[in-house]
Design a protein around this ligand. Structure first.
Ligand SMILES: C[S@@+](CC[C@H](N)C(=O)[O-])C[C@H]1O[C@@H](n2cnc3c(N)ncnc32)[C@H](O)[C@@H]1O
Length: 177
């Protein structure tokens, strides 16, 4: 299912899009189908090859760690369920995402909070309201925190649940640095 906030994002801007941690390419292909010129960055070689094999004209796939990626300027950046992998580099990556967004461009960030079943409370997990705070000066179109079912299993065999922050924001004309 395509994320409702991603559908909303495509109605707010057009042009160049960056999809970070593209996985099987669902979000990237959706963006391409909506007319965006999409760059999808995926660290996993097999996944990157799989997306490439879709041969979508408006989709460029880059097999790279986002930490080493040289950002361009984009109208829309989607970074969903990836930042926790980056641990201590998660917040610096948000800085890069913000700086690489064109004026009036849109960011969709979905990231796990340090509240839930994950046993390892590492620095890639965000505090409540932290993500919203990092977007001070931007126009916050949507912000909410809600529990999501992850793909990790508890010892009992049920899926772990973890709180996540969902943010859709626009780089407004007057930006506080
Ligand atoms: C949980 S999946 C999220 C997929 C997709 N963004 C979504 O919202 O459904 C995380 C993806 O990010 C990729 N990934 C993890 N660390 C990364 C990194 N440092 N740079 C680029 N991709 C990364 C993983 O290989 C995986 O495909």
């Amino acid at each position: 299912m395509i994320k409702p906030l991603l559908i909303k994002a495509t109605k707010l801007t057009k042009g160049d899009a960056l999809d970070i941690g593209a996985f099987y390419g669902f979000d990237a292909l959706f963006l391409a189908s909506k007319g965006f010129k999409v760059t999808a960055v995926e660290k996993d070689k097999l996944l990157a090859e799989q997306i490439c094999s879709m041969e979508e004209d408006n989709l460029k796939v880059i097999n790279k760690d986002i930490v080493d990626f040289k950002f361009d300027q984009y109208n829309l950046i989607n970074c969903s369920f990836v930042l926790h992998f980056l641990r201590g580099k998660a917040r610096n990556t948000i800085d890069k995402i913000k700086h690489s967004t064109k004026l009036n461009g849109i960011n969709l960030i979905i990231t796990f909070l340090d509240v839930g079943d994950f046993e390892n409370k590492h620095e890639g997990l965000f505090a409540r309201n932290e993500l919203k705070g990092l977007y001070a000066g931007w126009e916050i179109l949507n912000y909410f925190e809600e529990e999501v079912k992850t793909k990790e299993l508890n010892t009992g065999g049920s899926f772990k649940k973890q709180m996540a922050a969902f943010l859709l924001a626009r780089k407004a004309r007057k930006i506080r640095k």
